[in-house]
Design a protein around this ligand. Structure first.
Ligand SMILES: C=Cc1c2[nH]c(c1C)Cc1[nH]c(c(CCC(=O)O)c1C)Cc1[nH]c(c(C)c1CCC(=O)O)Cc1[nH]c(c(C)c1C=C)C2
Length: 573
């Protein structure tokens, strides 16, 4: 890694401002306004994961004249997006140690454009919607695999809904939703578990929704926030008294005004879509995205990180500091000056964009009395996940072809004493990354089950736990040719009940303590997926490009939590 000298960063940016010829004209109005002649800004991005890299990429596009420094505490970029090639008998296979696939969709639009801009399209591999792994998704309940809808026929649907214990409560729960009473007016948030229990049935929560929450948040459905995780359903209940009635009303109104049917979306999402459609995707790529369930890259998801990093290294205005821990952040003065970044060689920046876990950031911002200036950010909890990758030479080990299965919270302890969250059939889910046949499986352990644990299983223990899960659930008793376990501490922030309100408070605290000099983005705030993080990075860069880092109208990255979610119909009304 080439590291450039950062001696120039130690100078205060005020030094340049004070010698600037336009100073007398501009200073009183917009101390940080940017014209083509204004001094270069110094921008720090904390964290070299996908959000940090995407932030630096988009900020450099918005503000090509400014200097950007990325601070990464570890020795490599990419955070927990990490793919490795492993030698196995007869060839090599790819192990994904974190997220493994990308999904087309709303925030996925931004990722797709990024991939195109980075010239990465030739490396993309797609899993079509018609593939077995896209159609066959399972839940393990209570002691066997249950395939999730859609099914091939209505008869099969009826049979499974009636016979499988996993679906108990679903039919009458869904039909009855329309008749359930509206939530009390003073209820400002509740757990997703409680929301769906109220509106549908608690069995649906325990047997199905909890499994889904394991697959996305590795989290506890009884703690995650309904308002944050199911904002549209929350909104529809509030406005129409029932989600079903709300969707029906919205669609009738839409049809009457000649618009396509569909669900309401957030105004900021509608604006983003309008913006993105102006920037065209290559037609073949767009078509492949439309027809795929998920996609990745020939050499794994890490390719995205590597290409982003490459584009940073070729940009003389961007420096990357690896193995550099930021130990503190301090505003130099309320109305002028910058924000001091304390590390081995401290420097002053005009703006710091933090992509760190919010609690880590809160602990960096300590006032003179020794307390954090951002207490709301310190309240976020994150779960720890162990990812166990296994490769077996036998290509015919799996009892079914599919994506894999998720394990709901209601599975009896005897069936899941290891507290696994789910199992992914990698060799089915993403083809074209290995040079040899075999069966590749990932077992995910821990998440909320490990909350409060002071110690976690060792790698060896994790591998043994994964093997006993596979033996019990799938009757796989063969020894893997290769097994790896990686523990990801605090890797998935949990949007627990009250997240929305905490983010509003955090916005006020950031604004008051840093006046817009410190902005936040990443998985602690607006979505834990790769697509969410890339989209949020683009949003924050657009904010900086719009020249709003003026002290009077300081942005924080959490500004949209204030607008209390304005919704629009698919037609844009
Ligand atoms: C590696 C652990 C992760 C778990 N959840 C996430 C990660 C990175 C984040 C996540 N996973 C999914 C979504 C939904 C939206 C999306 O981007 O697809 C999010 C935000 C869905 C998902 N869950 C699993 C997979 C393979 C996918 C597709 C996306 C991806 O490749 O990450 C499986 C899975 N993830 C977790 C568990 C416990 C699990 C179990 C089988 C936790």
């Amino acid at each position: 890694m080439r590291l450039r000298s950062h001696a120039h960063l130690l100078e205060s940016p005020l030094k340049h401002i004070s010698t600037h010829p336009l100073l007398s004209l501009q200073w009183n109005r917009h101390p940080y306004s940017t014209t083509s002649e204004s001094p270069r800004k110094e921008i720090a991005v904390l964290g070299g994961g996908i959000t940090g890299l995407a932030c630096a990429y988009y900020i450099s596009k918005e503000r090509p004249r400014d200097n950007i420094t990325i601070y990464e505490a570890g020795p490599r970029l990419g955070g927990w997006m990490h793919s490795t090639h492993v030698e196995v008998p007869g060839g090599r296979v790819l192990f994904e140690h974190g997220p493994r696939t990308l999904r087309p969709g709303l925030n996925g639009l931004v990722t797709a454009h990024l991939i195109q801009e980075l010239g990465l399209i030739p490396d993309v591999i797609f899993t079509p919607k018609t593939a077995a792994s896209a159609r066959n998704r399972y839940v393990y309940y209570p002691d066997h695999l249950v395939r999730m809808p859609p099914y091939e026929s209505k008869i099969e649907l009826a049979r499974r809904l009636l016979e499988e214990p996993a679906f108990r409560g679903l039919i009458w729960g869904v039909f009855g939703e329309i008749f359930r009473p509206k939530r009390p007016a003073d209820l400002t948030d509740e757990s997703l578990g409680s929301f769906i229990s109220r509106r549908v049935d608690p069995r649906v929560v325990n047997n199905l929704v909890s499994a889904l929450m394991h697959g996305i948040y590795a989290g506890d459905v009884w703690q995650l926030s309904a308002k944050s995780l199911a904002p549209m359903h929350w909104y529809l209940e509030g406005k129409f008294g029932s989600t079903t009635r709300g969707l029906f009303d919205v669609n009738t109104t839409n049809k009457a005004s000649g618009d396509n049917p569909g669900a309401p979306i957030l105004r900021r999402d509608a604006d983003m879509i309008k913006e993105m459609v102006r920037e065209q995707l290559e037609p073949d790529f767009r078509k492949a995205l439309r027809e795929c369930s998920v996609y990745s890259f020939r050499n794994g998801i890490q390719e995205l990180v590597e290409h982003l990093a490459e584009s940073m290294r070729s940009n003389a205005r961007i420096s990357i500091k690896l193995n550099t821990t930021v130990m503190g952040l301090k505003l130099e003065s309320k109305d002028q000056g910058g924000i001091k970044v304390r590390e081995d060689s401290p420097s002053t920046k005009d703006v710091v964009v933090s992509t760190l876990f919010s609690k880590t950031l809160g602990n960096l911002c300590i006032s003179d009395d020794g307390k954090t200036q951002l207490p709301a950010l310190c309240k976020t909890h994150a779960v720890t996940v162990m990812v166990v990758n296994l490769y077996f030479t036998n290509p015919k080990l799996l009892p079914v072809e599919g994506f894999g299965y998720l394990i709901p919270q209601s599975v009896p302890f005897a069936q899941n004493p290891e507290r696994a969250l789910g199992v992914i059939f990698d060799s089915d889910a993403m083809k074209g990354q290995d040079t040899v046949d075999g069966t590749k499986i990932t077992v995910m352990l821990g998440g909320h089950w490990w909350d409060g644990w002071g110690e976690y299983p060792s790698e060896e223990e994790g591998i043994n736990m994964a093997r006993s899960i596979l033996a019990r659930h799938l009757r796989i008793t063969e020894s893997p040719a290769v097994a790896r376990a990686n523990l990801h501490r605090d890797c998935i922030p949990q949007y627990t009940v009250g997240h929305d309100e905490r983010m509003r408070i955090a916005h006020a605290q950031l604004k008051s303590a840093f006046g817009g000099r410190l902005q936040v983005v990443g998985s602690s705030y607006t979505g834990v997926g790769v697509n969410d993080c890339i989209r949020a990075a683009r949003d924050i860069a657009k904010g900086l490009g719009e020249n709003v880092w003026l002290l009077g109208e300081a942005r924080t990255g959490l500004d949209h939590f204030l607008d209390n979610h304005s919704w629009v119909l698919p037609g844009g009304k």
